[in-house]
Design a protein around this ligand. Structure first.
Ligand code: SF4
Length: 209
């Protein structure tokens, strides 16, 4: 299947994909992405809804002691490390970038606790750029569809960027996240009627019918 054919199938299945994290600024999205590790977007949105009522800017978050932030984000899990990362990232945003989240990959990954995946989400989502963030869903779907045969997120990102024209990157990324989350799930994927059934390399696909 060509990139165009795959794109058309994703468009038919998920015509208007949207990021499921709530945010009102690139900084808020950064926090939401950090909190979303090993946590559902729904839970993150519940926590940030309360947090951003009082602490919605780098300056306000920087005023929090680590223990105070830990209490606020506690239910997202791994709260100790997440609070530490959020405060370190916030300090860098204030000190290196005058309180404004930067928009390039190089600058974003210079922020403490921000890796390539998070940077790509922010570039694609908050700055309207074209980027492919490889999370667990994108990695699984890419492998099952044989778009990338690797467990390395960076190699997967490079393969997808080579396969799809750059103008599709951000939309395809969101479609692959949602496809992986709701259709091509890790356990018990919904293979019956899947538009990619013929090209899929998942060995148990026939057992899922
Ligand atoms: S056939 Fe099943 S495993 Fe393969 S892509 Fe579709 S949902 Fe995923």
């Amino acid at each position: 299947m060509t990139a165009q054919e795959i794109k058309e199938k994703f468009d038919a299945l998920i015509p208007a994909p949207k990021c499921e994290l709530d945010y009102k600024s690139p900084y808020q999205l950064l926090i939401a992405v950090i909190l979303s590790a090993q946590c559902t977007d729904k839970r993150v949105n519940m926590v940030t809804k309360e947090m951003f009522k009082k602490y919605d800017t780098p300056e306000k978050v920087a005023s929090l002691a680590q223990e105070e932030l830990e209490e606020i984000i506690h239910s997202c899990g791994f709260y100790h490390n997440k609070a530490k990362n959020i405060l370190a990232m916030t300090k860098d945003v204030i000190e290196k970038y005058n309180g404004q989240v930067p928009s390039t990959m190089e600058e974003l990954v210079s922020l403490a606790g921000v890796g390539r995946k998070t940077a790509n989400v922010v570039i694609g989502e908050a700055f309207g750029g074209e980027a492919i963030a490889v999370d667990t869903h994108v990695l699984r779907v890419s492998n099952r569809l044989a778009l990338a045969k690797t467990s390395d997120p960076f190699k997967c990102e490079q393969a997808l960027m080579k396969f799809f024209p750059s103008k599709y990157w951000s939309k395809i990324h969101l479609q692959m996240v949602l496809f992986g989350r709701y259709y091509c799930k890790s356990q018990k994927p919904l293979c019956k009627g899947c538009p990619f059934f013929d090209i899929c390399t998942y060995e148990d696909k026939n057992k899922m019918l």
